[in-house]
Write a protein that binds this ligand. Structure first.
Ligand code: R5P
Length: 292
């Protein structure tokens, strides 16, 4: 029997693309809020003994977690054989240590919650900086897919004479890979985060790259302060307006508007989180490289 693909509200486009690509059926649900704010979930499609895929980008996770849990439990109680969560963006991965006394390592708590109600997880470029593997916190099989091949292809096709710029030393590994596949040079900056919206970056001498188009590449654009700070330095160094590439378009608050008016050339993101900047499609990466 064909697998069946469900989505949480807002994820219909990627769910539809994945279902088409793997020749699966699209599942039908009603997911809404009761007037008092509680979640209502009803599964319309028949799922008995079927492999189920749920597509849900986990940005704004607090409001999505309960509907996702209810959907998963309802599918299981309706006889689904197994549930694979495709969360192209995975939340809470940055809270991976006690930064201040009294804090919890919430990446681990979140992982325990998800591991408790889905059978497997597929995600794209989770923020694995201090952790090296998902199995350190997730107790279910997890598959990590990298967006670097599609980002390299985008840059090769759309940017003339690119210079790739990674925001911090942690990004070096994957920015260097994107650069290699796009046959472009790269540099990595030094970044210090002083607060949620307070970021310091140090940009090296860029004289020899004057003729290049700077391409800022980061895994997450959240407050966009990392990119905005970098754009300022590039401007002062007399560089061209940069292209900003993010895997995950989190764009907290008015971050998108702020980045747009900071003097950039273009903003492009992968469709791991639905956003109007989505210009790089991850469907084939998910359907060809994952075991769904
Ligand atoms: C941090 O280590 C990440 O790789 C990103 O650089 C960071 O999440 C970007 O955050 P923001 O957009 O808030 O500066």
């Amino acid at each position: 029997m064909k697998p069946i693909v469900f989505s949480l509200p807002g994820n219909e486009d990627l769910a539809h693309r994945i279902a088409k690509s793997i020749q699966a059926e699209l599942g039908e649900t009603i997911i809404r809020r009761f007037p008092d704010g509680e979640s209502y979930v009803r599964v319309i499609s028949k799922v008995k003994n079927r492999k189920v895929i749920i597509v849900c980008a986990l940005n704004n996770p607090d409001e999505k977690l309960l509907p996702l849990y209810f959907l998963s439990k309802t599918l299981k109680s309706s006889g689904a054989e197994c549930i694979c969560l495709v969360a192209p963006y995975l939340a809470y991965m940055r809270q991976d240590k006690v930064f201040n006394e009294g804090e919890g390592v919430t990446s681990g708590y979140f992982a325990s919650l998800l591991s408790g109600f889905v059978d497997s997880l597929i995600t794209i470029d989770p923020h694995l900086h201090r952790r090296h593997s998902m199995s350190e916190i997730y107790s279910i099989p997890c598959q990590v897919i990298h967006a670097s091949p599609v980002i390299s292809a985008y840059i090769s096709e759309h940017v003339i004479n690119p210079l790739l710029i990674g925001p911090d030393s942690e990004s070096e590994q994957w920015v260097s890979e994107v650069a290699r596949n796009a046959s472009a040079p790269f540099i990595v900056l030094e970044k210090t985060r002083l607060g949620d919206k307070d970021v310091n970056v140090t940009v090296p001498n860029l004289e020899k790259f004057r003729d290049h188009t700077p391409v800022l590449v980061d895994d997450i654009i959240s407050t966009a302060q990392t990119m905005i700070e970098t754009v300022k330095h590039l401007k002062n160094a007399g560089m061209k307006a940069p292209v900003c590439v993010g895997v995950h378009a989190v764009f907290a608050g008015n971050a998108y508007e702020e980045l747009k008016k900071s003097g950039i050339n273009k903003i492009v993101t992968c469709n791991t989180i639905p956003h109007l900047t989505n210009g790089i499609d991850v469907t084939e990466l998910i359907s060809k490289n994952s075991k769904i």
